[in-house]
Design a protein around this ligand. Structure first.
Ligand code: COA
Length: 367
């Protein structure tokens, strides 16, 4: 059975920074309170011309460059997102088109902030089954567009960004070792975004009770999160036949520094075993784990051969963890420049539309 190795990684963060002081001009809050209660100092907010797919494409090109893989080599693209560009088409299909990943199947996965762990597990399983050889897994968000900037309980938390991993099959042991996924829909109301689905029509006039904003019971979500971070870490280690001593780094979902500290206490581990960058990005939902990992790898913190655990939780409720042995880029010949495929991808996209138009005319004549 092939192993699923993480061989490429990339991230993209919008340039505009929103500080706690900026937020204190919008709602009754202050920098000291936000830093003490969440660990967040600032977050990135997407520009108007940026979207989950454009951020994802930048992150993906960086990841493909590290993996030395062409977009046309990809068999599968999974985009985990809590703020998809549309209900459909899937954001993953927009990414497929912009990258020129001509051979890839593409779909979105919605498991809120646990989505990246779920998606990584799905892609790894597809590789381990032998049905595909390479996959691109993305977490990408512009959740700031669903934030109620009058609600101080939520607007301080969220930020925008994207992270992407390339997974490849190899006979060498390592890569993704085990994963666990859990859910409890009875807690769905604790963290939700109702409008845009089929129950509520879209738009402010059609959702007078703010269903188009993120709603959250912060205290309950906090309690749930502190419970599941430690338990799912133990569970995923048992599944891989490992113990905490084997693990060099824990990469937690970056929701609140106090949740991460509670997880550290629950696991009886010092905080320096946790990768943390919440102070600069806030909670970027599905993008938080890959962004934290990309920064840690690029700083030389996470090294090839080290064993790591990714652990997260989110709306749904959902939670999960994944254990892996960090691979680093695989040795390969030549230097691929995935960004060069973007022009080709744009031309191909226009051509495909033209062909569909001509086919439509011919087909109509046949009827
Ligand atoms: N600025 C200043 N004061 C604030 C505030 C803010 N942004 N938000 C709430 N307060 C006030 C409250 O009104 C309350 O005042 P009171 O005691 O006079 O009633 C007090 O601060 C404490 O509020 P509380 O809601 O108990 O704070 P908290 O310590 O639970 O922190 C969260 C609130 C939202 C930061 C915290 O509950 C949290 O992070 N929960 C998890 C949320 C999460 O991670 N969601 C994403 C999951 S993927």
């Amino acid at each position: 059975m092939p192993y699923a190795h993480i061989t490429g990684w990339g991230m993209s963060a919008p340039e505009p920074v929103l500080t706690n002081d900026d937020i204190s001009k919008l709602v009754e809050t202050n920098d000291a309170w936000i830093r003490e209660r969440t660990g967040i100092r600032e977050r990135r907010i997407a520009r108007e011309d940026q979207s989950p797919s454009t951020l994802a494409v930048e992150a993906s090109i960086n990841a493909l460059r590290v993996a030395n893989l062409r977009p046309t080599d990809l068999d599968l693209i999974i985009c985990s997102t809590s703020s998809p560009e549309y209900i459909f088409p899937a954001t993953a299909c927009l990414i497929q088109d912009q990258l020129g990943a001509t051979k890839a199947g593409a779909f979105d996965l919605l498991a809120a902030c646990s989505g990246f762990i779920y998606a990584l597990n799905m892609a790894a399983q597809a590789i381990r089954s032998g049905s595909i050889k390479s996959a691109l897994v993305i977490g990408s968000e512009t959740l700031s567009r669903y934030v109620d900037w009058k609600d101080r309980g939520t607007c301080i938390l969220f930020g925008d960004g994207a992270g992407a991993f390339v997974l490849q099959a190899s006979d060498q042991p390592g890569g993704v070792l085990s994963a666990v996924m859990h859910s409890d829909g009875s807690g769905g109301d604790l963290l939700s975004l109702h409008a845009g689905g089929s129950r509520y029509a879209v738009g402010e006039s059609a959702s007078p009770n703010g269903q188009h904003y993120i709603q959250m019971d912060g205290k309950e979500v906090f309690r749930f999160a502190t419970r599941v971070m430690a338990s799912s870490t133990h569970e995923v280690l048992d599944a891989a036949g490992l113990t905490l001593e084997d693990i060099k780094w824990i990469i937690p979902h970056q929701a609140n520094i106090r949740i991460i500290e509670a997880a550290a206490r629950g696991l009886k581990l010092p905080m320096d075993r946790f990768i943390v960058n919440i102070d600069r990005y806030g909670n970027t939902s599905t993008a938080s784990i890959p962004i934290a990992m990309v920064e840690a790898v690029e700083k030389g913190q996470i090294k090839p051969g080290e064993k790591i655990v990714l652990v997260g939780f989110g709306g749904g409720l959902t939670w999960g963890a994944l254990a892996a042995q960090w691979t680093g880029p695989m040795p390969s010949k030549g230097t691929v420049r995935p960004e060069q495929y973007r022009l080709f991808a744009r031309l191909r996209s226009v051509l495909r539309r033209a062909i569909r138009f001509i086919e439509g005319l011919l087909y109509r004549r046949e009827l």
